[in-house]
Design a binder for this molecule. Structure first.
Ligand code: IVH
Length: 703
């Protein structure tokens, strides 16, 4: 049970202490998985969120900072099989940027820090972020004396013997070189070498690797250097540690010097002067990504002038003068081991692909959605095939296709079941009317009797975008659903848990997997959600076709729970006027209205909703202003906004009845552009869409 959702300033000292302890353990575990096992289980973004939370708590409660705080470390402790080496200059990590805005912010932050004019040019380098593992190689009088992995940033593993056998790493340097020179860079493997190596491993019945990064890491950390020597490792130099006399005063100059000493450096490194130029280079590199022949996972931007780098310094474990701009989505090949059937909350039977674990975009993927039987047919996949998976952001990974030449002779066809996998074994019905992009759906006809459907309903109810109850996730829902003492069979039961536990003989805190703290944390998390916004309440009901956006529209349209509930009951009862009223709401059509009618026509649902409404306090929604100058318009915000944050701008526009879109299209009515706006501005000009600046926006809305 965690306090992770409580705003930092509301944490009690005890909670803060517990959470810091928890974060230290959790982050250490992720570090270990990433660095020692080369097998991360969360995305970089999720990892960064944990680090940020840790920092935020530490800033608020500085006296609680732990000896083993993750903010004091980078990466994982070394794995133990190699001798340890302490880095003379720590090997730090990079902060990440995920969007154009993050990059604009990075440059703006630097200008502010250096007290430069808002648009003054500032020389920065942009270069590919190589997806390998970093290595620090020490030369004394031009001779390689030691090499170490990053380890936890302070102490790494001594892999000198292995570094010496990497063809790309010179053991003796040429030219006029500093007496002491630590060269840092990335060890990696090309796609071609990776595939060939795996082929060889397979032929010899040995372990195969999931991606080039893991292969490179595994190869460098072999205890027997002759194995490393047989692996085609490569090395790009891009940084340095201790240097007795600096050969240059800029990032670019230093990299050129490293090149002149005999190291390979990346040819895609270039100099830029503005955020716009960085972004242009980012996209240029992104376009070439697939043809580079080695993995990169983003573009690194660094301030060119080393004196400025010095002034900018570091924030905890990463330099303020650099940032890694990460690429979105990635694809990978893996083996389809099997197909399971999952029963959703509407009884839809969804086939889920069980995959041989593979790292896609830094996350280990073990399953992917297959939507329906037709999708399996369309893809033409069989169990045993090598399939290509894609992962984009937070969405469930998808299968794109399979490799024909890698189909094994014993690949098996998947046969869709005709009965629900639940204990009732109810027949499956084919529903071709599902609409909403669902295509043909096979449903369990068990409805409320089907335990899968009931559990799924509850899971949806507590999910992040619905009631979002901390500590009440999928596992706990399953637990309470089957628990004889504290059963939760419908949403209202959640809100009577504490009360029932108080009068029960067998307490939750004494149950396996629970304790006094976790039980009391859960009860407070539930209490915290007893007051809920109208859109979350509507969305939480899990009515078909009523997604998060639709729920917001309904909440804004009706304003209060009572009005929405009355309208829904009236529609279910066949009231035409009520139906027309709902139909008048933007983006709400027959599919949604029919689903609401069907839901509220069912007595079981009406009882469930009433019981829930009696337990919670639903807040009123803000209604948009119908006659504002931007009502009904589709607006795009782009560039760096100075008078309001992006979220603020979006909220403001939506309150005024406008729709906010992420990209410019022929449907866009207005673009509000701040400094640094790029491709969206160009697109707007091409399409003849009106563009205004932030001040004009405020004038127009009368703010
Ligand atoms: S600069 C003080 N440049 O990314 C910053 N790092 O997340 C030194 N990496 O540990 C790092 N390509 O392993 C830098 N062109 C590049 C890079 C790069 C890959 C890795 C490196 C570093 C990690 C930081």
């Amino acid at each position: 049970m965690t306090t992770a959702k409580i705003p930092v300033e509301q944490l009690t000292e005890d909670q803060a202490k517990d959470e810091l302890a928890h974060l230290a353990k959790e982050i250490a575990e992720h570090d270990r998985r990433y660095h020692a096992e080369d097998a991360p289980t969360i995305s970089d973004a999720e990892y960064d969120a944990l680090q940020r939370r840790n920092l935020a708590i530490e800033q608020f409660f500085p006296h609680l900072i732990r000896e083993d705080s993750p903010s004091r470390r980078v990466g994982a402790p070394v794995s133990g099989k190699f001798e340890k080496v302490r880095h003379k200059v720590p090997m730090l990590s990079l902060d990440n940027a995920f969007s154009d805005e993050d990059v604009i912010d990075f440059v703006a932050r630097i200008r502010r820090f250096l007290k430069m004019e808002a648009h003054a040019p500032i020389a920065m380098t942009a270069e590919p972020k190589i997806d390998g593992l970093s290595l620090s190689i020490r030369y004394e009088n031009g001779r390689l004396v030691s090499a170490a992995t990053r380890g936890d940033g302070q102490v790494g593993e001594n892999v000198t013997a292995n570094a010496r056998v990497v063809a790309d790493i010179p053991t003796v340097l040429a030219g006029d070189i500093p007496e002491v020179l630590e060269v840092r860079g990335e060890v990696y493997m090309t796609h071609r070498d990776f595939l060939a190596l795996n082929e060889r491993q397979r032929a010899e019945g040995k372990q195969t690797y999931v991606n080039p990064r893991n292969t490179a890491a595994g190869s460098l950390r072999q205890l027997d250097p002759s194995i490393t020597a047989a692996r085609p490792l490569k090395f790009f130099a891009y940084a340095w540690g201790e240097v007795s006399e600096m050969p240059a005063q800029t990032q670019m100059g230093m990299v050129e010097a490293l090149k002149s000493y005999g190291f390979r450096t990346n040819e895609l490194m270039c100099l830029c002067e503005t955020a716009r130029e960085l972004l242009e280079h980012y996209h240029a590199i992104e376009e070439r990504r697939a043809t580079l022949g080695y993995d990169i996972d983003g573009v690194v931007y660094k301030i060119n002038d080393l004196a400025l780098q010095q002034r900018l310094g570091f924030v905890s474990r990463s330099p303020r003068w650099a940032v890694a701009h990460k690429f979105p989505a990635e694809k990978a090949f893996t083996i389809l081991r099997g197909i399971d059937i999952q029963v959703g909350r509407t009884g839809a039977l969804t086939p889920v692909a069980r995959l041989e674990p593979v790292t896609v975009g830094g996350v280990v993927v073990t399953n992917a959605t297959l939507h329906n039987a037709e999708e399996i047919e369309r893809l033409g996949i069989k169990i045993g095939d090598t399939v290509q998976v894609q992962r984009a952001g937070d969405v469930i990974p998808q299968i794109l296709g399979y490799a024909e030449d890698r189909r094994p002779a014993d690949a098996k066809d998947f046969v869709f079941p005709t009965v629900c996998p639940c204990e009732l074994k109810t027949p499956v019905v084919r529903d071709a009317t599902a609409g909403g992009g669902e295509g043909v759906v096979r449903r369990c006809s068990g409805e409320f009797a089907c335990p899968f459907q009931r559990i799924e309903h509850l899971r949806h109810f507590v999910s992040r975008r619905a009631f979002d109850i901390e500590g009440l996730g999928e596992k706990q829902i399953e637990f309470f659903f089957h628990d004889p003492d504290l059963p939760v069979k419908s949403p209202a039961d959640i809100f009577t848990l504490a009360e029932r536990d108080a009068t029960n003989f067998k307490k939750l805190k004494d149950k396996e997997g629970w304790g006094a703290v976790s039980a009391s944390n859960l009860f407070s998390a539930i209490e915290a959600r007893r007051t809920i916004s109208l859109d979350r309440m509507i969305y939480g009901l899990g009515i078909r076709h009523v997604g998060e956006r639709t729920a917001v529209t309904l909440a804004r349209g009706y304003g209060s729970w009572k009005e929405f509930h009355d309208a829904a009951l009236a529609i279910a009862g066949g009231d035409i006027a009520a139906r027309d009223e709902m139909d008048a709401l933007e983006d709400i059509g027959d599919a949604v209205i029919d689903a609401i009618a069907t839901y509220f026509a069912e007595e079981h649902n009406r009882r469930l909703v009433e019981a829930l409404a009696a337990q919670v306090n639903v807040l009123e929604a803000e209604r948009p202003v119908a006659d504002s100058p931007v009502a009904g318009k589709t607006i795009v915000f782009t560039g760096a906004l100075e008078r309001m944050s992006r979220d603020e701008a979006k909220n403001m526009a939506e309150r005024l009845g406008a729709k906010v879109a992420g990209s410019v299209s022929s449907k866009t009515d207005l673009v509000v552009a701040g400094p640094g706006a790029g491709s969206k501005l160009k697109k707007a000009a091409e399409l003849g869409v009106e563009v205004i600046d932030e001040d004009t926006w405020f004038q127009r809305i009368g703010g």
